[in-house]
Design a protein around this ligand. Structure first.
Ligand code: FE2
Ligand code: FE2
Length: 349
């Protein structure tokens, strides 16, 4: 059945919204997505994108008899700080580290839009097997662009912004803490957490694959795997944020901030799905080097996968933990009982 399902889509189709009855507004800002006539949230750009991903997955399984790659959420541990630590800080009158964390998450979401800069075309030359009717063949024809728009928003016409995840996290923060950034130096906060001027760190990595494999192909697949790991591990962050942002006794907004996070979470599902699909398709194909040398796709993907998973579970996780600890210390130390606050914070970890 799947082989006869539609597997060719235009970029316009992959970027098309499903019909909605009401737009999504976050703190007065017009966002992507909306609500159907039952009041259920509808993620942006899912009219064709979601059925397309399902069709590509089914087709792949039928043609290659291999399953779509699965990335268990349990690969990563719970969010740091945990829910109790978040509650403790807010209750103790030190909300700034949470404000900083929500700002950091929104900023990282915005960086996720960099994937739209890849714009690959003519990827067939890198593979032995046909790529027509696959997610790979649609990466540069709608999929990366849809992903980028979801993360950072876009302007459907000049001057009219349709906000994405970056601004939705900032809105959640501003709703929960009642516009806290008016009295805070956000730039200094981001600087302390390791965000300098310019591009996000770590995009220029040494090559992992054989030298005859196209460098831009390796760069693209590296970014895809890295983003897939970020996307999956982010579900821990959503669960964490929704747990305390939904508490009307703890933060402002009567649960509105948590609802915004639940919409962001819904939007991430097609991101995980299309990346997992395309990575699977890459894994099960034969790659062609510059000189025509053939490489087993499973080896190529496994090499990058192991390398990036180690980085995600090791130094990347450590760095983000350190950024949070630094911010907690920075703000607790400005209180007269800072050492007690810190000791209690860590004891809840
Ligand atoms: Fe996102
Ligand atoms: Fe995402």
């Amino acid at each position: 059945m799947a082989v006869t399902a539609q597997v060719e889509f235009t970029a316009e189709e992959l970027l098309a919204d499903a019909p909605t009855a009401e737009p999504l507004l976050a703190g007065g800002v017009r966002c992507h997505g909306g609500f159907d006539d039952q009041g259920r949230y509808v993620s942006p750009r899912t009219r064709f994108r979601v059925p397309a991903i399902e069709a590509w997955q089914q087709r792949h399984v039928e043609l290659f008899a291999k399953p779509v790659v699965d990335v268990p959420l349990e690969t990563w541990g719970d969010n740091f700080p945990n829910v109790e630590q978040a509650r403790y800080l807010i209750g103790a009158g030190v909300p700034e580290p949470l404000i900083a964390t929500l700002t950091r998450i929104g900023t990282v979401e915005g960086y996720g839009a960099n994937i739209r800069l890849l714009k690959p075309s003519n990827l067939q030359r890198f593979f032995v097997e046909d790529i027509r009717g696959s997610a790979i063949d649609h990466l540069g024809r709608g999929l990366f662009e849809a992903h980028g728009r979801d993360e950072a928003g876009w302007e459907p016409e000049p001057g009219r912004l349709e906000a994405g995840h970056k601004d939705m996290w900032f809105a959640a923060r501003d709703i929960a803490f009642e516009n806290p950034t008016t009295g805070l130096d956000v730039a200094a906060m981001l600087e302390r957490m390791g965000f300098g001027q310019g591009a996000p760190p770590g995009l220029e990595a040494p090559r992992q694959l054989p030298a005859d494999v196209d460098a831009e192909l390796e760069f693209m697949v590296t970014l895809m795997i890295r983003v897939l790991f970020i996307e999956v591990s982010a579900f821990h962050t959503f669960r964490w944020a929704e747990a305390w942002l939904s508490d009307a006794d703890l933060v402002a907004g009567e649960g509105e901030a948590a609802r915004l996070v639940s919409y962001i979470r819904a939007d991430e599902t097609p991101h995980v799905a299309y990346l997992a699909t395309a990575i699977t398709e890459l894994r099960d194909r034969t790659w062609l080097g510059d000189d025509g040398t053939k490489h087993d796709g499973a080896e190529m993907i496994d090499t990058l996968w192991q390398h990036l998973l180690a980085a995600s579970l090791g130094p990347n996780r450590q760095a983000s933990r350190q950024a949070v600890v630094g911010e907690v210390e920075h703000w607790c130390r400005q209180r007269p009982n800072g050492d007690d606050l810190l000791a209690e914070f860590h004891s809840l970890g």
